[in-house]
Design a protein around this ligand. Structure first.
Ligand code: NAD
Length: 250
């Protein structure tokens, strides 16, 4: 066990799977008490069991990031279990394809509710407890698709672009009040979010990545660990791209 997050209490949305699960495991390994908030409760419990087996402490709760009441209950449960909240990771997200012609209003609204309204509500409802802690950090997970366009993912681009600017705005709002807000932009990371892709699609993705491979969820978790830790105490409003070099050539 390390101590880079000793004394921290982190609420991580979407931590039952992929990048969120890696963050929960790594944060706990570095001494944080971790709250795993997700809709997938069985998978969340598996992540908590892994953390406990490694000597860490984790609490599982059902969180729907689209509902203010759900966030309020999650923050309350975190404080009641671990005494405070120092760290919020807005990680939960979904993806589906669809350009302006193909996307439906229903698809758009769902994407925006989870990927954009979710982080807004998370920040808004966690802020009072984060302010109390006096030395807090928010890490928002955007996407390379929040930095550039592509032809077939209009609502994902919109929601992730919003997360980028929301992070900058919130960083300024809380710069003098003890809450740092930073954003991570993952490239292509091996998780279930993309669903089934064909070998041809897989080859095309790898061909667009200068390092030639997709990333591992822990590649993102290590960035989040740094931004959540006091090692990053002078960093706010920052944008960390973790993508095998993809954005360098975009
Ligand atoms: N994997 C990638 O290539 C990639 C690239 C760029 C950005 N991202 C972003 O990283 C984040 C994590 O994605 P991932 O790749 O680990 O995917 P994932 O599908 O493995 O995990 C996403 C998690 O979010 C949860 N979730 C979905 N809707 C929710 C809701 N309403 N309330 C609470 N939890 C909810 C899911 O249950 C799931 O556990 C997302 O924001 C995603 O957009 C991923």
């Amino acid at each position: 066990m390390g101590d880079r997050l000793k004394g921290k209490v982190a609420l991580i949305s979407g931590a039952a799977s992929g990048i969120g699960a890696a963050q929960a495991i790594l944060f706990a390994r570095e001494g944080a008490k971790v709250v795993i908030g997700d809709l997938q409760e069985t998978m969340a419990a598996d992540v908590a069991a892994k953390i406990a087996a490694a000597g860490g402490e984790a609490h599982v709760l059902r969180l729907d990031v689209t509902h203010a009441d759900s966030w309020a209950a999650a923050v309350k449960a975190t404080v009641s279990r671990f005494g405070r909240l120092t760290t919020l990771v807005n990680n939960a997200g979904i993806f589906h394809p669809g350009g302006v012609e193909g996307e439906t209003l229903e698809g758009w609204n769902k994407m925006v509710a989870i990927n954009q309204t979710g982080p807004f509500l998370g920040m808004k409802i966690a802020i009072p407890e984060l302010l109390k802690s006096g030395n807090a950090a928010i890490v928002n997970i955007s996407s390379l698709y929040g930095l550039f366009g592509s032809p077939n993912a209009i609502s994902y681009h919109a929601s992730k672009g919003a997360v980028r600017v929301m992070g900058r705005a919130a960083a300024l709002e809380f710069a003098k009040r003890g809450i740092r807000v930073n954003t991570i932009f993952p490239g292509q990371i091996k998780t279930p979010i993309l669903g089934d892709i064909t070998p041809e699609q897989d080859a095309a993705i790898k061909a667009s990545i200068p390092m030639g491979t997709v990333g591992d969820p822990f590649d993102i978790a290590h960035g989040a660990l740094f931004l959540a830790s006091d090692e990053a105490k002078y960093i706010t409003g920052a944008e960390l791209v973790i993508d095998g070099g993809w954005y360098a050539g975009a």
